[in-house]
Write a protein that binds this ligand. Structure first.
Ligand SMILES: Nc1nc2c(ncn2[C@@H]2O[C@H](COP(=O)(O)OP(=O)(O)OP(=O)(O)O)[C@@H](O)[C@H]2O)c(=O)[nH]1
Ligand SMILES: [Mg+2]
Length: 223
């Protein structure tokens, strides 16, 4: 019984991997950097994207695919910033899959620089699903606690960068950013770490510069 279950999961992941590879190839061909954002519900993914939309305005073009179980709320927030956004509602599934992203990809303008994909709020299942992105950001907010990387290692292992969010709340919380970063780095050496407060705009410049560098790298390899 358990052997059958494992093989079904492996089939699902293999199918997802093929769809993800096609998306990655298409994005690279167009010179677009795909960025997948993972975190628990409410860690600040959409607020961070709103802050990046403000930061990139007039300089970089971005589009956003939003993943949620229900509602169009996050896509509406992004559209309010003048950024094209598509909402995928999973109807209960706890993560996005590459085939869902693939269905929207044809509508994404060819001339953008960044395609952000905000995954369903969940620190577990999204980690196993490649969406064809070139960069994966995992967010951890200060109210969640600095002990989370070791408890949810796959999300941190699969990420390229850790974004510690809501730094404006640090004076009020027993959250040690150095401990959170050290735990994450023990799981994934080389992980880039950013401290941000999207609410106050702190740390957004450094993150935007990191995204710029990744985009330039992608385009130089392609050239
Ligand atoms: N104090 C503080 N609050 C923040 C910050 N960023 C986001 N928030 C608040 O945190 C709450 C959740 O933010 P969202 O951006 O909606 O979080 P999310 O990760 O997109 O949530 P889901 O899409 O539901 O998973 C909102 O009330 C935000 O205003 C921040 O930098 N500082
Ligand atoms: Mg959101």
């Amino acid at each position: 019984m358990s052997v059958k279950t494992i093989s079904v999961v492996q089939d699902l992941l293999a199918t997802n991997k093929r769809a993800a590879a096609a998306i990655r190839e298409e994005l690279r061909r167009r010179g677009i950097l795909g960025v997948n954002l993972l975190s628990s519900p409410g860690s600040g993914k959409t607020t961070l994207l709103e802050a990046l939309a403000d930061r990139f305005r007039d300089r970089r073009r971005m589009a956003v695919i939003e993943g949620d179980i229900e509602t169009e709320r996050d896509a509406d927030r992004i559209r309010a910033k003048g950024v094209p956004a598509w909402q995928i509602t999973t109807g209960g599934a706890c993560h996005l899959e590459a085939r869902m992203v693939g269905k929207v990809l044809g509508q994404v303008p060819a001339e953008i620089d960044f395609l952000f994909i905000e995954n369903v709020g969940n620190l577990v299942c999204p980690a196993s699903y490649d969406l064809g992105e070139d960069l994966r950001l995992v967010l951890l907010s200060s109210p969640e606690g600095d002990d989370k990387p070791a408890k949810y290692p796959q999300a941190f292992l699969s990420a390229d960068a850790l974004v510690l969010t809501k730094s404006d709340l640090l004076p009020h919380l027993p959250f040690d950013p150095a401990r959170a970063a050290a735990e994450a780095l023990a799981i994934k050496p080389g992980l880039r770490v950013f401290n941000v407060s999207a609410l106050r705009g702190e740390g957004i410049d450094a993150l935007a510069a990191y995204l710029d560098e990744a985009l330039e790298r992608l385009r130089s390899v392609r050239a």
